[in-house]
Design a protein around this ligand. Structure first.
Ligand SMILES: *[C@@H]1O[C@H](CO)[C@@H](O)[C@H](O)[C@H]1NC(C)=O
Ligand SMILES: *[C@@H]1O[C@H](CO)[C@@H](O)[C@H](O)[C@H]1NC(C)=O
Ligand SMILES: *[C@@H]1O[C@H](CO)[C@@H](O)[C@H](O)[C@H]1NC(C)=O
Length: 402
């Protein structure tokens, strides 16, 4: 299956402060002493703090990383409430040779934002931005500010309630943190019309690798501002806040779901989808989740169901989409429905999108692979794969955060 292209849910946030040497326990103590001069004690938790473990696992959604993460925990977890705490953590890390990993408090399926990721027992510290989760939206105004520790579900909710008629193009998991997500791109089902989240970043505030606070893109310079929009979480510094461009969404959108088993022609449908999906109208995105021999097509259409049935009927007749496969809803309902499914009928959207405590989730291995080639039709192998989304106007897919 070498040429099968998968774009999987990744949200990777690992930030390396260049470490001159491996930190020893004494480095760790020096690091903690350094922190204590600028960061209030209650914002620094060490493994001996009573709620340390709870905090460490708070954004682990991949059960396979719980044991490794708790067996080799960070020296401490810093939970900044303002920029100066982030600066202090970066500066102390540099001074005392302690690597800093950063997470936004959202999910991280590969566990890179809270583990050392190295085979040796390197000492490291975690900066957890979950407390920095303010969102500023003005009614009718396209720019909004969102702090790195806000999850995209919270952003969706605040945008839709404060500025009806506007939305934001980002991923399909409301549990992902904006810090890592936008840094890595930010793919979702509105990207064909509006691009990635990173394409809609207008400005940002960040702390650079020296611990300097860069208040806006002018302070960053063009190259750094370019790099943080797609270059990956934490690789160029720690983004604290994004200024984003909101986009218009219609009052009604339509979500379409069609499943095809192998017997029902899943292979032919996926093969066809690869050529037609990139050429669909911009208002329509179709992704496919291939799993256990079944292809699950999911589409978002920025319009009503009768229009999408007509469009799918002419562009992708093999899928035989009918009104029964469609659900009309608001854009905000869609952001919850694609992740929580029918739970949106029994629970208020607030309980789903604003809930900051996450269930642990399953043992999973996400294996992001990329291909620039069209995958040929092949029969007879059942594969377990993940969601695939083609970018606009192209059949080559890239690895990015979803
Ligand atoms: C950040 O918090 C510290 C307390 O830890 C406080 O002294 C400082 O004034 C705060 N800075 C800002 C910019 O709010
Ligand atoms: C559905 O959308 C189409 C195209 O935008 C429009 O012409 C039609 O009136 C709409 N139908 C309903 C029932 O809203
Ligand atoms: C929030 O999510 C947690 C974990 O899934 C769950 O136990 C809790 O009941 C949820 N809270 C609400 C208000 O739904």
């Amino acid at each position: 299956m070498a040429s099968i292209s998968l774009v999987l849910t990744i949200c990777v946030l690992g930030f390396y402060v260049p470490a001159p040497s491996l930190a020893s326990p004494s480095h760790g103590n020096d690091f903690l002493r350094c922190l204590s001069t600028d960061v209030p004690g209650q914002l620094v938790q060490t493994p001996s703090s009573p709620s340390f473990k709870q905090l460490l696992v708070s954004s682990i959604r991949n059960a396979r990383f719980v044991a490794p993460a708790t067996a080799r925990p960070p020296i401490c977890i810093v939970t900044p409430t303002n920029a100066s705490h982030v600066q202090a953590a970066v500066r102390c890390g540099r001074r005392h040779g302690v690597r800093v990993r950063v997470r936004s408090g959202g999910h991280d399926c590969e566990g890179l934002s809270y583990r050392s990721g190295r085979r040796d027992s390197e000492a490291f510290a975690v900066i957890d931005l979950a407390e920095l989760h303010a969102i500023g939206v003005n009614p009718h105004e396209a720019p909004a500010w969102v702090d790195a520790g806000a999850r995209i579900g919270e952003l969706y909710y605040h945008v839709a309630t404060a500025a009806p008629g506007l939305g934001f193009p980002a991923g399909m998991c409301p549990t992902i943190g904006g810090g890592g997500h936008f840094s890595g791109g930010g793919m979702g089902l509105m990207m064909r019309k509006y691009g990635l989240s990173a394409d809609n970043v207008l400005d940002a505030t960040m702390v650079d690798a020296q611990g300097n606070l860069l208040a806006d893109k002018k302070a960053m310079g063009d190259d750094l501002f370019w790099a943080i929009r797609g270059g990956g979480g934490g690789n160029f510094g720690i983004v604290l806040s994004w200024k984003v461009r909101l986009v218009p969404v219609p009052p009604t959108v339509t979500f379409v779901k069609v499943a095809r088993t192998m017997e029902q022609g899943a292979v032919d449908s996926v093969t066809k989808w690869q050529t037609l999906a990139p050429a669909l109208p911009d208002d329509l995105s179709v992704r496919v989740v291939v799993q256990n021999g079944e292809a699950n097509f999911q589409a978002l259409y920025l319009g009503n169901s009768s229009a999408v049935v007509t469009t799918m009927g002419s562009r992708f007749p093999e899928l035989r989409v009918t009104i029964a496969d469609c659900k009309e809803m608001s854009w905000l309902q869609y952001t919850a429905y694609i992740f929580f499914g029918d739970a949106i009928n029994s629970k208020p959207l607030e309980a789903l999108l604003l809930n900051r405590s996450m269930p642990l989730g399953q043992f999973v291995k996400n294996n992001p692979t990329t291909s620039r080639k069209h995958s040929p039709r092949r029969r007879g192998r059942r594969s377990s794969a993940g969601p695939m989304v083609p970018p606009r106007g192209s059949s080559s897919w890239s690895r990015t955060a979803e």
